[in-house]
Write a protein that binds this ligand. Sequence first.
Ligand code: GLU
Length: 291
Amino acid sequence: MTTRFAPSLTGYLHLGHVLHMLYVWGIAKAKGAKVIARIEDHDRGRARPEYEQAIFENMEWLGFPPDLGINASTAAHPSNFRQSDCGNHYAEVLETLEKRGLVYGCECSRRQILEKQSDGQGELCYPGTCAEKNLPLEGNTVRFRIPSESVAFCDLALGDCHQAPVGQCGDFSLRDRTGQWTYQFCCVCDDIRHGIDLVIRGEDILSSTARQIQLFQALGAPVPAYFHHPLICDESGEKLSKRQRSESITQLRETGAIPKEIIGRAMFSGGLQSCEAPLELTDALALMGNI
Ligand code: GLU
């Protein structure tokens, strides 16, 4: 069994990551799974390479060494585990979808799509305006023709889930008009080629799951098992986020904190009772016995 830790390069590690790593490494250890570390830096506008070394150095200091992929000594070298190095691979996968008639070029701007949306807010839901226009992929947004059926899956932490991408996002984007690959596409391409059969991630990404399952299926790849865990939220109920400049592990280290204290704080803030047998993990492991 193989799972992964896939941070974006938009900030330093914070307590939310530590909680996430406890789930990833905790479940992997209990199931004898390998952990692959990859870098999600597909967003060239936001990813900052200087975060990479700090993230991996702090991970090892905290005691979360990956089995495969990027680690503190390979960080910053070209790699199959860093999305910004893998454009050729994504282009090949896109070609497969193109040959099957599963993608099309779209010339609509974000504003035009929002204007058509009845409430004009929330997640962008593409109504398929360009689906039959036969526009070139180059220079346009590339969209995936999603199946109209809704998707049912059993999340190992949350139980039965149903999502209907057709009403959530519509034909979603794989590459923007400037040639930048999207999270949804890179994530599925990477999970397939890295042989990920267990995805452990925060509940904030739950809504992306059905559309990713549709991509796995369109590419004829096995769909991994999913475990979406709770997040650490601040006093106002907002999730901790690197971009909001939450207190970083680097800063905590500078104040003299040791790994045990930081891990204890992450567990406490995330509602976990013990590193060895947190309730959610025990339930999940029982369920996973059936995989
Ligand atoms: N890169 C995402 C993050 O840092 C994780 C995406 C995923 O696990 O699918 O939150």
